[in-house]
Design a protein around this ligand. Structure first.
Ligand code: C5P
Length: 240
């Protein structure tokens, strides 16, 4: 994969027009576009279809977490839409994850389309030890992440979403080829040394990330294309 292919631009915008402008301007600079809950709730599957029809790849970040039957059904629809990558919650359990994996396999066999890849979310980065304890989880965030990553791997999903803080450990404890998708990236010129949860694009790649999800440093920049190009250049310095 080239550096460009590894860059996922998060379309966290409030209108379809804003998303359209970003997609048109960034389609040759980024490898994929992330559609999350906000944009999907606004624009729905027709926007996802339109982005794919225009020749782009989509990372659908809806973090499915429901009974296995529901998640299997939703995963089938996502795979039929032609989404390249999508998220489910590892805390939904082995059966839920396996049913999602089976659904996408079935769709790709039946329709002969490229199989969507599934990445599991372990612990949301907004959850600290106190927030986990509140919901009855008494292991530390790091231990909870490690446990859920292994559960996701054994359920057969393609990879996980891992913060820069978790990427290196995840890389060293999972099988070769297990995907790591890393958000929380800030380009070196804007990175704040005090923000331990963010990493530069180069650092995240060195820690083993396969894809970088980057939103505001690109989408809120005065010149999003220049910002994306500069990030890709920084990534190329690592990945060649
Ligand atoms: O911060 P930025 O705008 O680059 O975020 C891009 C994407 O990464 C967002 O869509 C958000 O869902 C995700 N993110 C995350 N965990 C974080 C920070 C951002 O999953 N700690």
């Amino acid at each position: 994969m080239s550096a460009k292919d590894k860059l996922i631009v998060a379309l966290d915008v409030q209108t379809i027009d804003e998303a359209d402008v970003l997609i048109r301007n960034l389609k040759d600079v980024a490898g994929m576009f992330k559609v999350g809950s906000q944009l999907f709730t606004l624009a729905g599957p027709r926007l996802v279809e339109a982005i794919i029809k225009a020749g782009n790849k989509v990372f659908l970040d809806l973090k499915f977490h429901d009974i296995p039957h529901q998640v299997a059904g939703a995963s089938r629809v996502v795979a039929e839409l032609g989404v390249s990558l999508f998220t489910i919650h590892a805390s939904g359990g082995t059966e839920m994850m396996k049913r999602a994996v089976d659904s996408v396999a079935e769709v790709s066999e039946r329709a002969g389309v490229e199989r969507s890849q599934i990445v599991a979310v372990s612990v949301l980065t907004s959850m600290d030890a106190a927030a986990l304890a509140e919901i009855g989880v008494n292991t530390s965030p790091a231990e909870s992440v490690a446990k859920l990553v292994k559960l996701a791997e054994s359920a057969g999903v393609d990879g996980v979403v891992a913060s820069p803080r978790e990427a290196a450990t995840t890389r060293s404890t999972t099988r070769e080829g297990f995907l790591i998708v890393t958000p929380g990236i800030r380009p070196s010129e804007t990175a704040n040394e005090d923000q331990k949860r963010v990493a530069t694009p180069a650092a995240a790649l060195r820690d083993g990330a396969d894809y970088l999800v980057i939103g505001r440093p690109i989408t809120s920049a005065a010149d999003p294309v220049a910002a994306a190009n500069s990030i890709v250049a920084e990534m190329e310095a690592v990945s060649g």
